[in-house]
Design a protein around this ligand. Structure first.
Ligand SMILES: NC(=O)c1ccc[n+]([C@@H]2O[C@H](COP(=O)([O-])OP(=O)(O)OC[C@H]3O[C@@H](n4cnc5c(N)ncnc54)[C@H](OP(=O)(O)O)[C@@H]3O)[C@@H](O)[C@H]2O)c1
Length: 292
């Protein structure tokens, strides 16, 4: 096991480091459409796990995720599960399906989240974001607990991971009464339900872990802002600009310094590092920008 993970460590490198722990494990990840953290999680786990159950409410996107993982790891054991977390009936149906699987379930990763948007309620009369990001996963997890516990051995406690966010701290926390009877006035901005969802996920993982008394382990995790291709492209570009800019400044300074180098010519008198002039990296401009 590596203890040298850094800011730059990739998910694939972490999976490589835990290859022996992942071997033989059956893992279910919610929200695995291409481009999201759930997909990336499923992708890197698929290299070593015995079975990765990928989930989504859109059959086409689910198939695309499976196809993409299989292209990279043809031997991977991927199983698709239709799961719409915004509907309690759909959650019950999906959990019933999982409970028919012959394999035990070692790990459940509650990753899925709805897009941030205007206040709306589900057919179950729950706020949409909270229903998808917390109430659906809460029900799903509870329905799968017997299956998770069946994976328990003397040396292994099944795991439940709930994705949270730093955004949990931007809201007033969770109002249990409001969860069951949502009103738009409680959410003055469109982000309010997301903040509440992420707070609820932290409390859920914490309480579950406490009540399970070691029979299973529950965690909430803030993944931070991931680096992706948009980010990297932007970063590389800003790095290049920083280098050019630094050299221009150095050259200009050198033009009037005691070395007497003419402005605009190459110089060896750099005192400024690239870091000191590097523009602050920006987070990619997508819907992720609204999270964090
Ligand atoms: N990305 C970040 O910067 C960041 C920062 C902090 C925390 N997080 C947390 O990390 C997790 C993943 O974030 P992400 O940025 O990867 O999100 P994302 O790209 O928006 O992915 C969300 C996933 O949830 C699925 N989903 C949406 N509605 C669903 C529903 N009704 N039923 C089932 N699945 C549904 C989506 O499917 P479709 O794509 O098919 O709609 C998608 O696969 C979230 O819990 C988020 O709160 C992310």
């Amino acid at each position: 096991m590596s203890s040298n993970f850094t800011f730059h460590t990739t998910a694939a490198e972490v999976a490589d480091a835990f290859a022996s722990e992942l071997s033989g494990k059956n893992v279910l990840v919610t929200g695995t459409s291409l481009g999201g953290l759930g997909f990336e999680t499923a992708r890197v786990l698929a290299k070593y796990a015995n079975l990765v159950i990928i989930t989504g409410y859109n059959a086409e996107r689910l198939a695309l995720s499976e196809e993409t993982i299989k292209k990279e790891f043809p031997y991977a054991n991927i199983r698709k599960l239709t799961l719409d977390l915004s509907s309690l009936a759909a959650v019950r149906a999906a959990a019933a399906q999982v409970n028919t699987y012959p394999e035990p379930l070692h790990v459940l990763i509650n990753n899925a989240v709805a897009d941030i948007g205007p206040f709306k309620v589900t057919p179950d009369n729950l706020e949409f974001q909270i229903a998808t990001g917390f109430i659906g996963p809460f029900l799903f997890t509870n329905l799968l607990i017997p299956k998770l516990l069946a994976a328990r051995t003397e040396t292994y406690a099944p795991r439940i991971v709930c994705l949270s966010s730093i955004a949990h701290g931007f809201g007033p926390g969770v109002d249990p009464a409001a969860l069951g009877a949502p009103i738009s006035e409680r959410y003055p901005t469109i982000f309010g339900p997301y903040y509440e969802t992420k707070s609820a996920m932290i409390l859920f993982a914490s309480e579950l872990s406490k009540r399970a008394e070691g029979k299973l382990l529950a965690f909430s995790v803030n993944p931070g802002c991931p680096y992706d291709f948009f980010f990297i492209a932007e970063f590389v570009e800003s790095e290049l600009l920083a280098v050019i800019y630094t050299n221009l400044l150095d050259d200009a300074a050198a033009g009037s310094d005691h070395h007497g180098s003419p402005a605009g010519s190459p110089t060896t008198t750099r005192t400024r590092t690239r870091e000191s002039t590097r523009p602050a990296p920006r987070v990619r401009v997508t819907r992720h920008f609204t999270r964090g």
